[in-house]
Design a protein around this ligand. Structure first.
Ligand code: ADP
Ligand code: MG
Length: 449
């Protein structure tokens, strides 16, 4: 099948040469370009899923399934890959596998496939899909379908993964890395030393700062450093979805972490637990119960927390319940600031690392992008990559990403942290009696110069 593709796209290219002005963009030529770019960047899951969808549309279901499965090997909870795999498996006649993929996808993403998901195969549009008729009716059959998928234990309460990134993958932020090494990684790695200095391991660490500057990314890298599973829980979601049973859910989150140790448990949006009563859809008393439950779970007295590392993050530390910040709780905090020029250069390099690029002057780009967050820079790299892919499809062969495409992409990005800085400035100026915002004040002063 692969050979046909190459021949057909070669014909296309000959066609361009003969006609001389425009390459026809056919499914086959897109498939060919996607394949070529995967040779340069095999870990690009987005591209591989797109390839699987196109192969499926073309009728190469087994091949589509193999591509989707490759993504799932690396990232078992990738919903788009699960849906592509379910559709391809159903069309390839592998009903049990299709059911298992489908169920996992639905569990992870109950709202169903979004608009840009794979189109259903033509035959499934009229008839009932094959996998819908093959729902297993015994537990054994169901389990059989699940055996080759690394299903997270409690997908509805968070996402469990095994990060393969480390601190070295984080661009710049030398100061933050040093502090994390000293206050978190070193004690975790040296239990004896820790005992000698009788530094308790109880409690957790809170990362705070503007959105998109790497808090979640850093938390994943810390799990990678420790060789631990990473269990990410969006607290605001848990509270919203499970009004009235939040305490029980916190308990099962910790239980899931204990089953998967070593495990780094990451509570994103920890401020959701301490929001002022007025913004609250839940009563203050109920929230107090959740906070107490969290403290009880963290305090290993009632349960065994060996190998459980608790981290939290917040964009709004001023909303965090003060009870959570007392000694023995989230008593260490690390401010994750917007990237400086070196960090920006490293972030750009990181996000272009596995992509085909022409000669680039990243230093110049980094210098010109003061005020952009890591997420803003990552987005610009995505946009430049899309432009280069479009150019590649038109040319029928891989066209590397150019300086110009990056400059253009960066120009269209609106800095996403300006608003955060305004709010934060007020807290640093008027709410800093405890000194909690000293580091932020120092940063704001440096920036004014
Ligand atoms: N220092 C950094 N190095 C590399 N990538 C970064 C860095 N900071 C942010 N990013 C990129 O921006 C994205 C968003 O960062 P994230 O960790 O989700 O921000 P936050 O959790 O602080 O809102 C990351 O997935 C990553 O691609
Ligand atoms: Mg985050």
């Amino acid at each position: 099948m692969g050979e046909t593709t190459v021949t057909e796209s070669a014909v296309d290219r000959t066609g361009i040469a003969a006609v001389g002005y425009r390459a026809p963009v056919t499914t086959d030529s897109v498939i060919e370009v996607l394949r070529q770019s995967l040779v340069a960047d095999p870990a690009n899951h987005g591209v591989r899923i797109h390839l699987a969808q196109l192969l499926h549309q073309r009728g190469d279901h087994a091949e589509a399934l193999a591509e989707a499965a490759t993504v799932l090997d690396a990232e078992p909870d990738n919903v788009a890959a699960l849906r592509a795999a379910a559709a391809a498996a159903a069309a390839a006649g592998e009903a049990t596998r299709a059911t298992a993929y489908q169920r996992l996808a639905d569990a992870l993403d109950p709202d169903g496939p979004d608009d840009d998901g794979p189109a259903p195969p033509p035959e499934a549009a009229t008839a009932e899909p094959a996998y819908a008729m093959a729902v297993p009716d015994t537990a054994d059959e169901l389990l059989e379908g699940w055996t080759d998928s690394d299903a997270p234990a409690e997908p509805e309460l968070g996402l469990l993964s095994r990060p393969d990134i480390t601190l070295a993958d984080i661009g710049g932020l030398a100061d933050v890395k040093r502090r994390l090494e000293l206050s978190f990684l070193a004690p975790m790695r040296n239990p004896e030393l820790r005992l000698q200095f009788s530094k308790s391991l109880r409690g957790g660490l809170m990362l705070w700062g503007p959105p998109g500057c790497g808090k979640t990314f850093i938390a994943r890298a810390l799990a990678g450093e420790l060789g631990a599973s990473f269990y990410e829980v969006g607290l605001a979601d848990v509270l919203d979805m499970y009004i009235g049973s939040s305490e029980r859910n916190l308990r099962s989150i910790f239980d899931a972490a204990r089953r998967n140790r070593p495990c780094l448990l990451f509570f994103d949006e920890i401020d959701a637990l301490g929001q002022k009563r007025s913004h609250l859809r839940h009563g203050g008393a109920a929230m107090r119960g959740v906070v107490n439950q969290l403290l009880a779970e963290m305090d290993g007295a009632s349960s065994d927390n060996e190998g459980i590392f608790v981290l939290a993050a917040s964009n709004h530390p001023w909303d965090v319940d003060p009870a959570l910040l007392r000694p023995g709780r989230f008593d260490r905090s690390v401010l994750v600031l917007p990237p400086d020029p070196e960090a920006r250069e490293a972030i750009l390099a990181l996000h272009l690392r596995d992509r085909p690029t022409g000669p680039l002057d990243l230093k110049a780009l980094a210098k010109a992008t003061e005020g952009l967050s890591g997420a803003d820079l990552a987005l610009a790299c995505e946009q430049a990559t899309e432009s280069a892919m479009e150019a590649s499809m038109l040319a029928g062969q891989v066209q590397p990403i150019t300086q110009r495409q990056l400059t253009e992409a960066l120009r269209t990005i609106r800095p996403s942290i300006a608003e955060w800085m305004e709010t934060a400035k007020n807290y640093a100026m008027y709410g800093n009696d405890s000194g909690a915002y000293d580091e932020l004040s120092a940063y704001l002063k440096r920036r004014r110069r």
